[in-house]
Structures are given as C-alpha cells and as structure tokens.
Design a protein around this ligand. Structure first.
Ligand SMILES: Cc1ncc(COP(=O)(O)O)c(C=O)c1O
Length: 406
C-alpha cells in the first residue's frame, strides 16, 4: 500500500482502533447480555408476522412513520414508560435512535461546542466520557454515595462553576443502576437535582438504559417524570433488555429538542427490520422476558460477588449493585488497574480499568468495572480466580481470599 492516508485525513481524529480478534475467554467488559436469554423463538415469530404483514413498508425510508421511527415501536415505548417510569408522553415525543449511543451523540451535537462544560457523576459511563472528550467538552465530576449523585456535592459544583463564570450546558446523569456504581438515586435526590438544575437554569440529560434491570423491580420515577419544566431529555435503550446488537434506543424530549435532533440525525433512519421485529415482539413478551432476564443476571451477580470474596478477600471492596450487569470494585491503592488490564488481557481476561470510568482518571486508578452479563457462571468463577492470580503476581495483592492463600 503506497498511498499514505495519514497525510490526507483531517487532524484531530480519535486514535485508530485495532482490528477485532474475537472476545477474550473471560470477557468482563462491555454491555453484553446473556446469550441463553435471547428470546430466539419469539423474535423469529415476530419477524415472520410483521414482515409478512407490513413488509411493503420497507419500500420507504422511515417505514411510513416519518423520521422519528416506526410508530408502533414508539407506541410501545410510550406504554412501557408510562407503566415503568411515570413518564407521560405520546409517540410524537419519542425519537427512535440507533442505540442510546446515538442519543448521546445527538445531545452532545445539540448542546456542545469545544470548551463547553458538562456536569456528571464522578464515576460515569466510559463511552460518555470519551464522547465528551471527542467534542472538546470539559466535564466536572460530582461525588456519589450509595444513593447516587450527592446533592450537596452537586450544589457545590454548580456554585463553584458559577463563581468562575462557567455555565454548564447540562447535567448528565445515570440515576437508576448507575454505570459503573450500580446505585439508584433516591426520590428526594431526584427532586433536589431538578431544583438545582432549575436554580441554575440548565438542562438535564437522564440516561436510563439499565433501569429495567433492577433486582427488586421497584423502579423509582424517572427524573423526567418529576419535571414540569421540560428541561429533562430522557434516553433509554433496548440493548440491555433485549439485545445490544439490535442497536435500538430512544429519546423522549419536547419538540423544540426533537426537531433539532432530527436535523442532526443523519443516518436516514434507524434499522427498519430491527424496529419492526421489536415492535411486534415487545407488547406480548417484553415484560415477562425482562423479569426472567433480571433473575438470570441477579444470579450471575451473586456468582461474581462470591468469586470476588473468595479470590480477593478483603482486598476487593464493592457494594452489591441494585441491578444491571456490572460491579464496581476498589482494590488497594498499590494496584494500577490500567496495568492490571494489560497483564490480564494477555492471559484472556478483560476488565474495564477504573481510570476510563472516572471523571478524574486518578480517582479510578485502583478501581475496575466487571461485567457479568455475558460470561457464564463458570467463566465468572474461573476468570475472577485468574484475575486474582495475575493481580497477585503483578502487585502482590490479594495475599489471601476467603478460602485462597497465595
Ligand atoms: C450508561 C450507558 N448509556 C448508554 C449506553 C449505550 O448503549 P446502547 O447504544 O447500546 O443503547 C451504555 C452502554 O453500555 C451505557 O452503559
């Protein structure tokens, strides 16, 4: 190859990615789901029914539903949100996106110029942080505890920014099964967050993609459901409840927001077959499917926490997550989890190093996120044992687990 692309591409591109070589044997990264729980027969039946009945709509961009997405899917989102989150909206308030990642991109494109500031949880979704970095935005992390983002810390952060003449563009929050801490923001804090956002006249971006996966099913009202001012843009996803490969998410917002987002959504519409199949499948099956999936995930979570206790003992600190697919672990300060990740990857164990999941990378240096969604229970046990061995070899910890001495 003699043509030098590097000399021609635009400056400031994100780093090039390596070629994909398959998943590592013990894959504790990413938001993958449980393979055994994919509802294959029901999806096949839904596909056959909906394509047979409405397949001619595939002749048009937007499935005869316009650019906001297939109307029956939007209608399902409306019903599910009303039942589960208290959000009252109509299909006209919903935009179907290609995964909620596209929702993140659209919100960022709508609000952010280089140098703008976003306020978010001090530990937050790595994919959101990299996106903010890519658009040249700054972010300020707000401390969390067992009830999610701390409102005293949020008030201090907003006051501090104001004192410096900085008006943040929005507060980005994952209030229900926060990524990575697995916490759930209390109702009082949701109200207080809205009060502070109103006092500072800023928007709120609520990312709720794990909220259906609470162990006890008792989902607090969405922040958007508590808001009367229209300042909350809400996004959800079918990635964690049905399949991440579908690439279907959604935004709920007011028309002045959606109409601008539509102008920025430049893909000609999200995948049509995916939308049709999901819209056909979900009304009859979503509820029962999510209940079953949640039990499976809770069981795997127990296995993961047990394995951590057995293999790492007191060296691994964590709070059991309230739902979802991951656990956030703190190791002793001498462990650099970015280095641990390199060593572990070479031996087939993939983890998310904490520095990539924290607003201040130094605060995440000895932390890691472990996803238990896709690994089998035996992979979880073996993988955590291997991780403990590697960590012991590289950093001298753990010296002993509950029933392992090294
Ligand atoms: C908090 C959060 N938001 C958004 C996403 C994006 O998910 P998707 O684009 O698959 O809907 C993820 C994926 O892991 C996530 O953890």
């Amino acid at each position: 190859m003699s043509f030098d692309y590097a000399a021609h591409v635009r400056p400031g591109l994100p780093p090039a990615l390596p070629r994909w070589n398959g998943f590592p044997r013990y894959n504790f990264v990413g938001g993958h789901s449980d393979a055994e729980r994919i509802p294959i027969a029901d999806l096949v039946a839904a596909a056959s029914a909906v394509i047979g009945r409405e397949g001619r709509k595939l002749a048009t961009y937007g499935l005869d539903s316009g650019p906001q997405g297939y109307r029956p899917l939007r209608a399902f989102v409306v019903k599910a949100l009303a039942a589960r989150t208290g959000i009252a909206c109509t299909a006209d308030d919903v935009l179907i996106t290609s995964g909620s990642l596209q929702a993140l991109d659209l919100v960022n494109a709508l609000f952010l110029s280089p140098g703008d500031t976003v306020v978010l949880e001090a530990s937050s979704y790595g994919g959101a942080l990299t996106r903010l970095q890519r658009v040249g935005a700054k972010y300020v992390g707000v401390a969390l505890d067992g009830e999610g983002m701390r409102m005293d810390a949020l008030a201090a952060a907003l006051d501090g920014l104001k004192g410096r003449g900085v008006k943040p563009k929005f507060i980005y929050t994952i209030p229900t099964v926060q990524n990575p801490t697995g916490t759930v923001m209390s109702l009082e804090r949701r109200r207080e967050l809205l009060r502070l956002a109103a006092a500072h006249d800023i928007a709120v971006f609520e990312d709720d993609c794990y909220a259906d996966l609470l162990w006890d099913g008792a989902r607090p009202p969405a922040i958007r459901a508590l808001d009367t001012s229209g300042r909350v843009i809400y996004c959800g996803s079918f990635s964690k409840t049905v399949s991440p490969a579908l690439r279907l998410g959604y935004v709920v917002a007011e028309w002045p927001v959606l109409s601008r987002m539509l102008a920025l959504k430049s893909d000609g519409g999200s995948g049509a077959l995916e939308q049709m199949i999901l819209a056909e499948y979900a009304p009859a099956h979503f509820e029962a499917h999510v209940a079953g999936l949640t039990r499976t995930l809770e069981d795997k979570c127990r296995t993961m926490l047990q394995a951590l206790e057995e293999q790492f003992g007191a060296a691994a600190e964590f709070s059991p997550p309230k739902g979802g697919i991951f656990v956030w672990v703190t190791l002793p300060p001498e462990v650099d989890t970015s280095r641990l990740n390199q060593a572990a990857l070479a031996e087939g164990v993939a983890i998310n190093p904490g520095a990539e999941w924290t607003a201040e990378p130094a605060a995440g240096r000895n932390r890691l996120r472990l996803c238990f969604g896709n690994a089998t229970k035996s992979q979880i046990r073996e993988g955590v044992a291997r991780l403990a061995e590697i960590c012991h070899r590289e950093f001298g910890v753990p010296v002993r687990g509950a029933n392992v001495t090294r």
